[in-house]
Ligand binder design. Structure first.
Ligand code: FMN
Length: 201
């Protein structure tokens, strides 16, 4: 027996399972800066890397939220690594506050300067990716109807790694302890890490 549903007809469950199925997702903790000096920070779990050379990441916003409009305006954003020890503060930065209120201040997070982009990064984050916007796409459904969903892509032009998380020249993801978004109110932490050799070398 399986529970099958067509999303357009509703899921037929008490809560939407979609995000719990596409899980776990990394959290792109996006910092941006407006031309007026406005600094913004918010978590996005519709976030991932889409290319390695050059490195390109994306985040997707349900409606044009401040992170999107500030990335559009400045052409830049920073993606901070959300570690489990920062989970509570990361969550606090998702509060809806008027543009101009810094979520860094709201969550008691110190900023650190970036090298290439104007936006600050989260000083306590194990890593941060400085990004230049390459595309902002408005999503549409299968019928071509435009949706109020905006996906921002950015090329990574600068990478910060806190020295404590470099082990033998590798970024120690397990030590950095990423917080992972699942569905509902659930988050996860990394379990055991194992390596696999590729069949074709
Ligand atoms: C863990 C987490 C993940 C989130 N992921 C997304 C997301 O992928 N897309 C989205 O539109 N909102 C997401 N949100 C909600 C935004 O963070 C929230 O709406 C925030 O106020 C947006 O801030 P901004 O307007 O400063 O960009 C997420 C919230 C949390 C706590």
């Amino acid at each position: 027996m399986t529970h099958f549903y067509r999303p357009e007809e509703g899921h037929g469950l008490p809560h939407d399972p979609f995000k719990a199925i596409v899980a776990p997702r990394p959290v792109g903790w996006i910092s941006t800066r407006g031309s007026d000096g406005t600094v913004n920070l918010a978590p996005y779990s519709f976030f991932n890397a889409v290319a390695g050379r050059p490195p390109i990441v994306m985040f997707s916003s349900d409606g044009e939220k401040d992170s999107v409009s500030l990335a559009r305006e400045s052409g830049e954003f920073v993606c901070n690594f959300a570690s489990a020890d920062l989970a509570d503060r990361m969550n606090r930065t998702s509060a809806s506050v008027p543009r101009g209120t810094s979520e860094f201040d709201l969550a008691g997070l110190a900023t650190a300067p970036c090298r290439i982009v104007a936006a600050p990064r989260v000083a306590a984050a194990p890593a941060a990716l400085e990004c230049v916007v390459t595309q902002i796409m408005q999503q549409h459904d299968r019928n071509g109807t435009t949706l109020d969903v905006w996906t921002v892509f950015g090329e990574v032009v600068g990478v910060h790694i806190a020295a404590a998380f470099l082990e033998d020249g590798r970024f120690d993801t397990a030590k950095a302890d990423p917080v992972m978004r699942m569905g509902y109110r659930d988050f996860g932490r990394l379990g055991p890490v194992f390596a696999l050799d590729r069949p074709d070398g």
